[in-house]
Design a protein around this ligand. Structure first.
Ligand SMILES: CC(C)(COP(=O)(O)OP(=O)(O)OC[C@H]1O[C@@H](n2cnc3c(N)ncnc32)[C@H](O)[C@@H]1OP(=O)(O)O)[C@@H](O)C(=O)NCCC(=O)NCCS
Length: 124
């Protein structure tokens, strides 16, 4: 989704940057069922997404946001692979100081505030 059409808490995260919001495209989620992971589909999907966004001719930056959680989070699955690995492998870099907050209900039924860290990748 073009960032300008996203919610205010996503748009406001870029307020202190020099990035024109109209040139930023936000990717909300990439998610495969476990059986389909780790066989190259994520990379292929991202490549197609990028080429489609490039073809629109007006976006210079791709961005996404990841939730910041402690490494010793009690619900961390034993075989958990941090999404940061996929992002680094596909050319995204952490966007220092560009963060936002989302509140959602977790599996124990409690609403919690989550710090979200943005990542970016040049499209040119
Ligand atoms: C992240 C995800 C979309 C990547 O797609 P994929 O098809 O598995 O990835 P590819 O096969 O193209 O690339 C392999 C890379 O994906 C990453 N990866 C593989 N399994 C993963 C998993 N279960 N969770 C997170 N990243 C994973 C690794 O970095 C791997 O690279 P490596 O060779 O350095 O280990 C997919 O694994 C997934 O749905 N993971 C769980 C959900 C998630 O974390 N989504 C991101 C939230 S926006």
């Amino acid at each position: 989704m073009p960032l300008v059409h996203e919610d205010v808490q996503l748009r406001d995260a870029f307020a202190g940057t020099t990035f024109p919001l109209t040139e930023v495209y936000y990717v909300g989620e990439l998610l495969f069922y476990p059986d389909y992971r780790n066989s190259g589909l994520g990379k292929k999907l991202l490549d197609r997404l990028e080429s489609q966004i490039r073809s629109l001719g007006r976006y210079r930056t791709l961005t996404c946001a990841t939730v910041e959680r402690p490494d010793d989070h009690p619900l961390l699955p034993r075989d958990y692979i941090p999404i940061t690995r996929f992002l680094a492998r596909t050319g995204f870099a952490r966007f220092p100081g560009v963060t936002t907050h989302f509140v959602w209900r977790e599996t124990d039924g409690v609403m919690r505030d989550h710090l979200m860290q943005f990542w970016s990748k040049g499209l040119i």
